[in-house]
Design a protein around this ligand. Structure first.
Ligand SMILES: Nc1ncnc2c1ncn2[C@@H]1O[C@H](COP(=O)(O)OP(=O)(O)OP(=O)(O)O)[C@@H](O)[C@H]1O
Ligand SMILES: [Mg+2]
Length: 320
């Protein structure tokens, strides 16, 4: 009997590529103390870890439908990056990552002000890279999409310029730019009325293809895979693919796997996407091999649950 090339791979046969380490923070009340002294290994998985350097200067995407566990995975990653002393900037579009700073004092939360001049934004990017700092940028609820895009463009452009200058001097230092809800800043469809979009796409295309040597990594996460720019999707070197069921989104996952030559490997990865449990992903690094992983739970507070009526009793001033 001939072997069916489209048979679904048994995910359990795929091995997690990195050896498991002992859990770092379990049951310890003093997280800050435990964060000290760990080396360049990120314990972002349940029972597994990954070398910080492999993520820091790489271009990657994290795709998954609402509730698949993206924010939790990103938070675990930011916690671990801070833990090993790595430098990052995170665009917290939804406002649910900044609580990482509550447990990690080296992480700064910066509320973006629309009035900032380009020079001020450049100075901020410079001190971030030179000072090996960790920033999470938040927006107020009334910040418009144009204002957000303007900031993300100017800040990312500054990071790229600074990283490029350091690279030319032979002094490149790794810095990871993490962008949540990335489809807002690198859209597949946009009109000429969408200010900044063309410049953003040009810039992110350059960072995705030229950032690695310059030490500037880019991690784009989104709920709307179908709305994320396909050119950028097909340029990334690593993918974290979480659960999705919408055909349009799955099509975009295919774009993200474009560089894999073997169609069977692509097919096996795609076939498993709708069945993935919460928190699980197929991690597909440069070698094109899919590895199932499960992100560990974040240690920082998760704030994006839907408010319920019980909150009236907890937080209301009047008796109900
Ligand atoms: N690795 C995990 N293990 C167990 N539970 C998880 C894991 N990751 C996420 N969850 C739970 O699933 C829920 C949704 O997670 P999360 O907010 O990270 O999803 P999301 O993909 O960011 O969703 P959205 O697109 O709506 O923001 C949370 O309540 C979280 O506690
Ligand atoms: Mg989220």
């Amino acid at each position: 009997m001939s072997k069916n090339p489209h048979k679904e791979t048994d995910l359990r046969q795929l091995r997690v590529a990195y050896p498991a380490l002992a859990p770092v923070f379990e049951n310890d009340p003093d997280l800050a103390a435990l964060f000290k002294g760990r080396h360049f290994v990120l314990n972002i998985f349940d029972g597994g870890s990954i070398a910080a350097n492999s993520i820091l200067s790489a271009s990657s995407v994290l795709l998954g439908q609402s509730g698949s566990g993206k924010t939790n995975g990103l938070a675990a990653l930011l916690e671990e990056l801070a833990n090993v002393g790595a430098s990052f900037s995170c665009i917290d579009s939804e406002g649910d990552l900044y609580t990482v700073a509550d447990i990690l004092k080296s992480v700064k939360v910066i509320e973006v002000k629309n009035a900032w001049h380009e020079e001020d934004i450049y100075a901020l990017a410079l001190s971030t890279i030179q000072g090996i700092e960790r920033n999470i940028f938040t927006f107020t609820a009334t910040t418009t999409i144009e204002e957000r895009r303007r900031f993300v463009l100017n800040y990312s452009k500054s990071l790229f310029e600074i990283a490029d200058a350091r690279y030319r001097e032979g002094k490149a230092m790794p810095h990871l730019l993490v962008i949540d809800e990335a489809h807002l800043y690198a859209a597949q469809q946009y009109s000429s009325a969408d200010k900044w979009m063309q410049e953003l796409l040009f810039l992110f295309g350059n960072i995705a293809s030229m950032g690695r040597k310059r030490g500037l990594g880019l991690l784009m996460a989104t709920t709307r895979a179908a709305r994320l720019n396909k050119d950028i999707l097909s340029q990334v070197r690593m993918r974290w693919l979480m659960r999705a069921v919408e055909p349009a989104d799955i099509k975009s996952y295919r774009a993200a796997l474009n560089s894999i030559d073997d169609p069977n490997v692509q097919w096996n990865i795609i076939a498993s996407i709708p069945t993935l449990p919460i928190g699980c992903a197929i991690f597909v690094p440069d070698d094109g091999q899919g590895r199932p992983i499960k992100f560990r739970m974040r240690y920082s507070r998760h704030i994006s649950t839907t408010p319920t009526m019980e909150n009236y009793e907890k937080y209301g001033e009047k008796e109900v």
